[in-house]
Write a protein that binds this ligand. Structure first.
Ligand code: IMP
Ligand code: MG
Length: 180
């Protein structure tokens, strides 16, 4: 285990089984749709890849990049689109936004609204982790991997100051790493 990690919250094995279940649910729900998975860079990349392997219906992938945290550990509340979808077929797309974690709810509630304004046929959301105790806005994702307590976690795409994304598990970051 990495020495900055206090404890492992989700093992590689658990992440794989969660992704399998979600892939099955998505395949069932999107059988007759034009599914476009839209990953939020950078954090959602490993989870999106894992879910993608378990989707058995036709689907496309795309990405957006939005700003949330900077280098701190609290959300800013304003959503900046740093990389947008470049598609001319939005009206046909059943967009499923894939995110690593829902915390305050600001990112996904705003991004969902934005995708609807861009004219997507439908917009739903999928997240690996959910921290409902930290919500600032009312928001529930349509597909949730697992609910976690109010701890700052890293690994499997999630970072602190751009580090730890490469860990194959989700772990709680030691407080001394960010409370200096
Ligand atoms: P929200 O807008 O507050 O819901 O935050 C969503 C974004 O905040 C996520 O996409 C993450 O990038 C980041 N985030 C929230 N909680 C954590 C955490 O525990 N570890 C790492 N990043 C987090
Ligand atoms: Mg993120």
């Amino acid at each position: 285990m990495n020495r900055d990690i206090q404890s492992i919250l989700l093992s590689e094995r658990k992440i794989r089984s969660i992704s399998k279940r979600i892939g099955r649910e998505i395949s069932r729900d999107y059988a007759d749709k034009k599914l476009v998975l839209v990953g939020t860079l950078k954090g959602a990349l490993p989870f999106m890849a894992e879910v993608l392997k378990n989707i058995t219906v036709p689907c496309e992938i795309d990405f957006v990049k939005v700003s949330s945290y900077g280098s701190g550990t609290t959300s800013s509340g304003t959503l900046k689109i740093l990389l947008d979808l470049l598609r001319s077929d939005m009206a046909e797309c059943d967009v499923l936004i894939v995110e690593d974690i829902v915390d305050s709810g600001n990112t996904l509630s705003k991004l969902t609204k934005y995708m609807r304004e861009k004219g997507a046929k439908s917009v739903r959301t999928c997240t690996l982790l959910d921290k409902p105790s930290r919500r600032e806005v009312e928001f529930e994702a349509d597909y949730v991997g697992t609910v976690i307590p109010d701890e700052f976690v890293v690994g499997f795409g999630l970072d602190y100051d751009e580090k730890y994304r490469n860990l194959p598990y989700i772990g709680v970051l030691k407080k001394e790493v960010y409370q200096k």
